[in-house]
Design a protein around this ligand. Structure first.
Ligand code: R5P
Length: 287
């Protein structure tokens, strides 16, 4: 039985179709004072899968997840596989300054305490997050799905990572497609501001596909797209796993001359054209 939290209903339905499994009715509401109410509408048996991304509104989605897990435990469900397609708070996985909360560790502890038996996530910002759990935790890669999508639309593109951190993603896609890849150099000045430069970049006359795990404010992508245009790329297309797209990020990206934006449905957005349902379904089948 698959339970889709309110942040991942459509994806949960897609996974249920892939697995030929049943979707469990889930009632979720907000009381007038803002508190959450959930009700699991059916007896789910011994084993359940809960799918809930914990992106914006993070705290609300997390609280809903905790309520679902604890309720399943009370219903004597023995094994709960928890799929968190986008793992919120994942970017604070260590203490950068004394006194800071290691938020990712706190969240991992709470999800586990609420009753999770196994965790599945997609392109965690840091692979090390899996190690914060004492239960099996799997970090799935959406890159092959994104590569397939790119491969259907572009012939021999160049895959560009907007910073060194994304180079592994670019290499994964380039290896699948058998095309070249390169990366830019990025320095983050503040949460809203980045500086980017290119070294020995050759994209003249080529279709350049930028790949990143997350697009948040869009600053990283706008800089990368400007550089690729300056270096003569014939097309600039952006792809990412998690389209957070804060405020007017998408508008800023298109205004910078980007031809298209491709995202997955780990988060609901206007650009969620690649579904991770087959990836999640396959992982659930295997484990
Ligand atoms: C950074 O390490 C991530 O991979 C992304 O590059 C970053 O989160 C994108 O943020 P923004 O869209 O705000 O530049």
């Amino acid at each position: 039985m698959i339970i889709g939290g309110s942040a991942s209903q459509r994806l949960a339905a897609g996974v249920a179709v892939e697995l030929n499994d049943m979707l469990c009715p889930l009632e979720t509401r907000k009381f007038p004072d803002g508190e959450r109410y959930i009700r699991i509408g059916r007896d789910v048996g011994q084993e359940a899968v809960v799918i809930q991304s914990t992106g914006y509104p993070q705290d609300q989605n997390l609280m809903e997840l905790f309520l679902i897990l604890k309720t399943l435990k009370r219903m004597d469900v023995e094994h709960i596989k928890v799929v968190i397609p986008y793992f919120g708070y994942g970017r604070q996985e260590k203490r950068f300054k004394s006194g800071e909360a290691v938020s990712a560790a706190v969240i991992a502890e709470l999800i586990q305490a609420a009753g999770a038996s196994e965790i599945f996530s997609v392109n965690l910002h840091e692979d090390g997050i899996c190690g914060l759990f004492d239960i099996p935790a799997y970090n799935l890669s959406a890159m092959p799905l994104i590569a397939n999508h790119i491969g259907e639309k572009f012939e021999n593109p160049i895959i560009v990572a907007p910073d060194k951190g994304a180079l592994l993603f670019a290499e994964e896609i380039a290896t699948i497609l058998g095309c070249e890849c390169d990366h830019l150099e990025k320095t983050r000045i503040s949460p809203n501001q980045v500086e980017t430069e290119a070294k020995d970049l050759d994209v003249k006359g080529k279709d350049a596909i930028i790949i990143d795990d997350i697009i948040s404010t869009g600053g990283t992508i706008v800089n990368a797209s400007n550089i690729l245009r300056q270096h003569g790329a014939s097309k600039v297309v952006v792809s990412c796993v998690h389209p957070i797209l804060v405020e007017d990020a998408l508008l800023k990206i298109f205004a910078s001359g980007v031809d298209d934006v491709i995202g997955t449905d780990t988060l609901r957005s206007d650009v969620s054209v690649v579904s991770v349902a087959p990836l999640v379904a396959e992982a659930l089948r295997r484990h």
